[in-house]
Design a protein around this ligand. Sequence first.
Ligand code: BJW
Ligand code: ZN
Length: 257
Amino acid sequence: AAKVKTGDIRKAAKMLAASRRALVMTGAGISAESGIPTFRDAQSGLWAKYRPEDLATPEAFQRNPGLVWRWYQQRRRDLRRVQPNAGHKALARLAERIGSYPLVTQNVDDLHERAGSERVIHLHGELFGTHCFECLAPCSEEADTAEEKDRATATGSEAMPPRCVHCGAFIRPSVVWFGEMLPAAAWAEAEAAAQRCDVLLCIGTSSLVYPAAHLPGIVLEAGGQVVQVNPEPTALDTRATINLRGKAGEILPALLD
Ligand code: BJW
Ligand code: ZN
């Protein structure tokens, strides 16, 4: 947190301590220090080898279900091997400090839950969920153990997605692709929380993907304040009340000091 003015950290900490209805929103940046690449990092980002529209859209899945499925299987395996970092843990401790608050995440990983956060709202779905591409029936495929998964990879039997037991169509990951609606209940909850919150802590998101990127604006228009945590400039910088320029794993624990 060397680059950040300690005065700004102290101001943000006070703001959170005084808040009556805090809200936290996270993006890929909070999981970066756990070893999960972000999306828009050109070198090592999750889309380094492909264009997003070749992987994260319903059209991409229809065109090449095997490619898309294997990409998600790899990400599930990677996720099983990493741990929540100091940033995730600080957010869980923050609830003990200031009282329980909703945590809206764009991430499809489960690192907030594993760190102990309880009111996690997943706007873009979850990596370990699966459902039918056609009839939307949930699939219990993920009950398989990691070892079975690895064996399936080794034998090439996961080259294509499994089939739905009800209608025979392909099974897909329960994540929100470009052009798809967000889960209605999750979005409604996030929007309502933004409208009534007095302080939003917005961490590790480029603020480029909508409608999630609307949430800080909703907070500001309703008279709330926005504290942003990000080592890089983002689309939100000019509107945020306080910009804490640094890594989540360093700034968030410092907010609790
Ligand atoms: C650190 C750090 C450290 C690094 N500590 N920080 C309005 C205007 C223009 C376009 C649209 C609009 N409204 C809707 C759209 C279309 C589209 C959209 O937003 N496009 C834009 C890209 C232009 N939105 C949609 O399609 C959405 N659906 C929708 O609108 O439905 C309505 C509809 C239906 C039908 C027809 C038409 C409309 C759905 C969006 C779904 C997004 N899905 C993805 C993939 C999920 C599945 C998967 O994981 O594979 O979600 S895309 C990807 O981006 C993923 C993320 O959740 C999301 C956001 O990314 P995030 O988290 O911000 O990551 P990065 O990589 O961008 O940024 C990381 C940040 O971390 C950086 O700032 C770093 O600096 C920082 N960082 N280390 C703290 N240690
Ligand atoms: Zn089906």
